[in-house]
Design a protein around this ligand. Structure first.
Ligand SMILES: NC(=O)c1ccc[n+]([C@@H]2O[C@H](COP(=O)([O-])OP(=O)(O)OC[C@H]3O[C@@H](n4cnc5c(N)ncnc54)[C@H](O)[C@@H]3O)[C@@H](O)[C@H]2O)c1
Length: 248
């Protein structure tokens, strides 16, 4: 893994899946990590894994869909560690598989609010705290680059995250802050396994992926760690697919 130049960061949704893998990888690189999640117990488990490995981490509760909660979590991180060098906005929610004309407005609004407005709120409070040379990575999806069947709200929200990423990359480049997105394809996380439970979705997704398998959470997380590192110091405003060749 490339080294992380910055020393203090936060990861949202760090109690499971890609977020947990990212928090562990950052800590492995020597960074102090705020492990943030709506599920305090899950976040505490990640923190324990980091501390057991000799790393530095704190647990924080955040609901990314709630502005006061996001502000408090970012302030808690900065107060504890004295600054912010990177942030990985990973928390998000899947939607029910439904065609657009069968989706209630409140379901559409909930999926867009948590995924897109939630990422916006995190960026709103992280950007003023990031030191020069800092970096944000938003975890979007391949559904932020092209469509996934029967997921209109999720696809719209993830496209929005890619748009927000590009807008902030341009606006904050003058502050020497980089903003990128990672767009995972199907990744074998607890969240994805729950969505696939009782179906042959995992096998079907593997079969239509050129590399012939799903990603591991570590593989998606490694891209986020790399984009926050000095090895990616001239990269901003990109949406990087980690998808085993699906986009090709
Ligand atoms: N797994 C995949 O195949 C896949 C593919 C593309 C994109 N993604 C994206 O990657 C991210 C992580 O997905 P995952 O598969 O690791 O999920 P996961 O369900 O395994 O973990 C998600 C974590 O986010 C937390 N969370 C949920 N809502 C939250 C909120 N409002 N505030 C704070 N924390 C919250 C959960 O408690 C959980 O710990 C999501 O944004 C997802 O859309 C995943």
């Amino acid at each position: 893994m490339s080294s992380v130049s910055r020393t203090v960061g936060l990861v949202t949704g760090a109690g499971s899946g890609i977020g947990r893998a990212a928090a562990l990888a950052f800590a492995d690189s020597g960074a102090a990590v705020a492990v943030l999640d709506i599920d305090e117990r899950a976040a505490a488990e990640t923190t324990e894994l980091i501390v057991r490995n000799g790393g530095e981490a704190l647990t924080g509760v955040v609901d990314i869909a709630d502005e006061d909660s996001v502000q408090a979590a970012v302030e808690h991180t900065v107060a504890a560690y004295g600054g912010l060098d990177f942030a990985v906005n990973n928390a998000g929610m899947a939607s029910h598989h439904r065609q657009l004309d069968r989706m209630a407005l409140d379901e559409f609004e909930r999926v867009v609010h948590v995924n897109l407005a939630g990422t916006f709120l995190c960026m709103k409070y992280e950007l003023p705290q990031l030191r020069s040379g800092g970096a944000i990575v938003n975890i979007a999806s391949n559904g932020g680059l092209y469509s996934i069947p029967n997921a209109p709200a999720y696809v719209a929200a993830k496209h929005g995250i890619v748009g927000l990423t590009k807008a902030a990359a341009v606006d904050y480049a003058r502050n020497n802050i980089r903003v990128n997105a990672v767009c995972p394809g199907p990744t074998r996380t607890p969240g994805f396994e729950a969505v696939a439970a009782g179906t042959d979705m995992l096998e079907r997704q593997a079969a239509i992926t050129p590399l012939g398998r799903l990603a591991t959470p570590d593989e998606a997380a490694a891209a986020a760690v790399w984009l926050c590192s000095d090895a990616a110091s001239y990269i901003t405003g990109i949406a990087l697919s980690v998808d085993g060749g699906r986009r090709a």
